[in-house]
Write a protein that binds this ligand. Structure first.
Ligand code: MRU
Length: 362
């Protein structure tokens, strides 16, 4: 296999757009069958779109919430130029309650709240808030490109660990400002000839792997093979897979990682089979307020996501089902966490503290 060190792949896939003073989101509920965009004029629509997963993926949720605050400010300032700062708190609270696990949401809301608090009384805040939302959007894209290159370097340094990688859920352009975290590394590694292809776990029950990762990688001609979640162990046993590469919704100070349900199991399988685990996430996903994963709030969604498949029942009426949509992988099952500020290996607590204290904080 030919290696092309340093080559960076591009991606045309985007999921979030600010256009004509409105927020446009690619509707991820209907992909891959339909490519359709939903326009948002009001913050209440933004809250609904995050909860209903029109948009999903930790960084994308944060960016979307930032634009949601811009829309909220527009309406609240019109309603009351003198009292908007108090009123907008209701909208920020609603955005904060839209989904609980991805810390990027709370990080983005804190940044926008700080800008709100600095705005002079009686001055329309929309312009400064929009500039902040753009900055968050652009810095996420830059972080993804940086992580893509760093992650590819890690794979390259490990040598011929395996020619295929496995990913779970969708941690791609669709889940970020563009390019992706885990899929960013995969794009870069593929462009550099370091990997031949990707196994995508289908990711029950919402099928982010089947519907989104396969679609996204096909757009950019990265070879992808879909497998049911239960096939992961068997595929690892064949010895073709060198890395499991996933994103994260929240990483705690000790390196524990909350990500899509099934990631924890995959990491255990990987350890058993000698497959390395790489977590790729920007520093906006690191929550230094939590020491370990025990305190990460884990979202539970409706049981019907498990008992039904589209409009069909896949379990008898009345079946009890439980649907936690994230799990926590302890850091001792992780080989490397790649951020835009560098790759961290064990001991994670020290490494994470070092990158979070770097001067170039956002
Ligand atoms: O429920 P989702 O689709 O929002 O879950 C997304 C994930 O678990 C991703 O792996 C994570 O947010 C990282 S996205 C770059």
């Amino acid at each position: 296999m030919m290696r092309h060190v340093g080559i960076v792949a591009e991606s045309n896939v985007i999921a979030i757009e600010w256009k004509n003073n409105q927020l446009r989101l690619l509707d991820q509920r209907v992909l891959p069958g339909e490519v359709s965009w939903v326009e948002h004029h009001h913050v209440s629509q933004v809250v609904r779109s995050i909860t209903d997963m029109v948009v999903r993926g930790a960084p994308a949720i944060g960016i979307t919430a930032a634009y949601g605050v811009v829309l909220a400010a527009r309406a609240r300032f019109k309603e009351s130029p003198t009292d908007w700062l108090r009123l907008i708190q209701l909208d920020i609270d609603a955005l904060a309650a839209s989904r609980p696990t991805a810390v990027n949401l709370f990080w983005a809301l804190e940044r926008l709240t700080a800008v709100c608090n600095c705005t002079e009384e009686g001055v329309d805040p929309e312009g400064v808030l929009l500039a902040e939302a753009f900055a968050i959007h652009e810095s996420d894209l830059a972080a993804n490109h940086a992580m893509g290159q760093l992650g590819a370097e890690v794979i390259s340094a490990e040598g011929e660990a395996g020619t295929y990688v496995m990913t779970h859920c969708n941690a791609g352009a669709l889940a970020t400002a563009g390019y992706g975290t885990a899929l960013g590394v995969i794009r870069s590694a593929h462009a550099q000839g370091l990997i031949e292809g990707v196994y995508a776990d289908e990711t029950r029950p919402w099928l982010q792997g089947a519907r989104l990762t396969c679609w996204e990688l096909q757009q950019d001609n990265v070879p992808v093979t879909l497998n049911v979640d239960g096939a992961a162990a068997q595929l690892m046993a064949t010895g073709q897979i060198g890395w499991v590469i996933v994103g994260a919704d929240r990483i705690t100070a000790n390196g524990d990682v909350a990500n899509k349900i099934g990631t924890y199991g995959l990491a255990i399988l990987a350890q058993y089979h000698g497959v390395k685990v790489m977590v790729v996430a920007p520093t906006t996903t690191i929550d230094m307020n939590l020491f370990d994963g025990e305190d990460i709030p884990i979202e539970e969604r409706e049981a019907s996501e498990v008992t039904r498949f589209a409009e069909f029942d896949v379990a008898p009426m009345g079946t009890a089902a439980i649907n936690p949509v994230f799990d926590v992988t302890p850091s001792n099952l992780i080989d490397v966490i790649v951020t835009e500020r560098g790759a961290v290996t064990a001991p994670f607590e020290t490494g994470i503290a070092a990158i979070m204290n770097k001067d170039n904080l956002h």
